[in-house]
Design a protein around this ligand. Structure first.
Ligand code: ADP
Length: 540
């Protein structure tokens, strides 16, 4: 007995969702199960749209079958589009063809199995569309990401994007320099430690922000620039990025280098302090200049008041000494002489101070006359010769031939030269003191040199001896008297006369003080036109 009878086989075929169609040798379509009947069989006498659809379906299958050849048998399924006779919608079928052995027929009967893949097809299409869409979206996202990368790469400050767990997702070149090792770096590279420390500092502050509800955080980080091994202070400003549901998706951190700012602030502070100090100094300088001018004016106007009592002391001293008030013992006479010496010294000092003050206050007026060098030098020599002789020094005074007479203040010039000559004698223990008047080469200025073979002056002191109250030997036990005013006064007087006073000296060998004067002073009384301009001096 067969396993299944004819009825059961037909029922099994009808239960299939696929349509089974037989195509005979005359290309007639014979539905092989219920689904095939639904598609290809019409009720007898039906001529409505259903019958037409069935007819179209038959033709489609015939045409399809006609184009297939035995060679296609067993091929992968081909597709065919039919119309659902019930609702007119398109149905897509995959068709499998197989020939049935039909003994007695000259052409074999073919079996066509039509599998409805309409839904599958639609799903496939849907999937394809979605795939296309996601490709486009992916491409868009990629280009957005590229754009963002280019943008942050061009930012001059380090920018880091971290994910919602704090892991670094994206960073620009500046950040890479600080936070990632250079390509090819070995684990032993010295800057690796700095990079690790930088990394830990940044991720630490991002993690801190993620733990809290706030949207933005700022932290000062001490980092190291691994390229320059330079410490830098950075301000990390981190901001949370939220999705549409309000969940944190990323944290963007921007690092601002504060090193320059700190340095600039420091510089600004120092500049400010300097400006303040400068202003203070200027004020002090103005106050000092004012005080100095007041002092000079005071002293210059007080000259009479200062000198009068000294003159009185000297006058009474001389009356006493001359016995006007009675006979004096020898001891009393000695005491009076010492008193006179002290008073005269005081008068010289007061005169010096007053001269200096007058020059400083601009109150010194010159009294120029024509200088007759021969008699002028002789006058000086008369005062100096006895002094030099007392120290057994040779003294010579010479006026070169052809030295022109000049128009200047003779009394002031004598004062200066007497000071230079007495200094020369004072600071010379052996040898000579020489005074020489000549003409400066290639100039109409007259040159007067006072040269000695004395102790000389150290290089370091040459610049200061022209300052007021300066003496090279400042000790209380110094050998030579004086107040350190002679040279400063001399230089100022010579300058008022339009000339210069300079010195050259070798310690242990001697010094030369040189005065140079113009034919006439820059200001003051004009030289009368008739005055003899050239006076030839002679040796003194
Ligand atoms: P002082 O009245 O003390 O001599 P000066 O102003 O004339 O004052 O001289 C200042 C200082 O310069 C002197 O104390 C001395 O140290 C130095 N000096 C001046 N002239 C000479 C010189 N011819 N040789 C060596 N030292 C000199």
């Amino acid at each position: 007995m067969p396993l299944l009878d004819e009825h059961a086989r037909a029922a099994a075929l009808d239960a299939l969702p696929d349509a089974i169609v037989l195509v005979d040798g005359q290309a007639r379509i014979v539905p092989g199960n219920r689904r095939a009947e639904e598609l290809f069989a019409a009720e007898p006498g039906d001529e409505g749209p259903r019958a037409q659809t069935v007819e179209t379906n038959r033709r489609t299958v015939s045409a399809f079958h006609a184009t297939s050849s035995p060679a296609h048998a067993g091929d992968a399924a081909r597709k065919i589009v039919l119309v659902d006779p019930n609702d007119g919608t398109d149905l897509v079928f995959e068709v499998l063809e197989a020939p049935l052995p039909a003994p007695g027929h000259d052409r074999a009967i073919d079996v066509l199995v039509l599998r409805d893949v309409t839904d599958l097809e639609a799903t496939e299409r849907e999937l394809e569309t979605q795939l296309d869409r996601s490709i486009v979206a992916e491409r868009h996202a990629r280009s957005e990401r590229e754009r963002l990368r280019t943008f942050i790469d061009h930012a001059a400050v380090p920018i880091v994007v971290s994910d919602r767990h704090g892991g670094i997702e994206l960073m620009n070149r500046e950040a890479e320099r600080l936070l990632t090792p250079r390509p090819g770096t070995t684990r032993a590279a010295p800057h690796l430690h700095d990079i690790d420390a930088n990394h830990a500092a940044l991720t630490g502050c991002v993690a801190d922000l993620l733990q809290h509800a706030r949207t933005r955080g700022e932290a000062r980080l001490s980092l190291v620039d691994p390229d320059e091994a330079r410490e830098l202070t950075a301000l990390a400003v981190s901001t949370k990025i939220f999705d549409e549901r309000g969940d944190t998706v990323a944290v963007v951190s921007v690092l601002h280098d504060l090193t320059h700012e700190i340095a600039n602030r420091e510089l600004a502070r120092t500049t400010g302090e300097l400006t303040m100090r400068n202003t203070q100094l200027e004020e002090e300088h103005t106050a000092l200049a004012r005080a100095s001018r007041l002092k000079s004016e005071f002293l210059a106007t007080m000259s009479h008041e200062l000198r009068t009592p000294i003159h009185a002391v000297l006058g009474y001293n001389s009356l006493l000494r001359n016995g006007l008030f009675g006979e004096l013992s020898d001891r009393q006479g000695d005491a009076l002489d010492r008193m006179r010496g002290a008073a005269e010294h005081l008068l010289t000092l007061v005169n010096d101070v007053l001269d200096l003050s007058r020059v400083e206050a601009g109150k010194l007026s010159l009294n120029p006359t024509d200088i007759d060098w021969a008699s002028f030098v002789e006058g000086l020599s008369e005062s100096i010769r006895p002094l030099a002789a007392s120290k057994s020094l040779a003294y010579t005074a010479e006026v070169d031939a052809g030295v022109p007479s000049i128009w200047t203040d003779e009394m002031r010039l004598r004062q200066v030269l007497l000071n230079l000559l007495t200094n020369a004698v004072k600071f010379t223990d052996a040898g000579s003191v020489e005074l020489r008047v000549g003409q400066a080469p290639g100039s109409e200025r007259v040159r007067i040199d006072v040269t000695d073979t004395g102790i000389g002056i150290e290089e370091a002191h040459l610049a200061t001896i022209f300052d007021e109250f300066t003496q090279v030997d400042q000790t209380s036990t110094r050998e030579h008297g004086g107040a350190g005013l002679g040279l400063p006064i001399s230089r100022r007087l010579i300058r008022v006369m339009g000339g210069s006073l300079t010195v050259r000296s070798t310690p242990g060998e001697g010094s030369t003080f040189r005065v140079e004067l113009p034919p006439s002073p820059p200001t003051g009384r004009e030289r009368p036109a008739s005055s003899p301009a050239d006076h030839v001096g002679a040796s003194a």
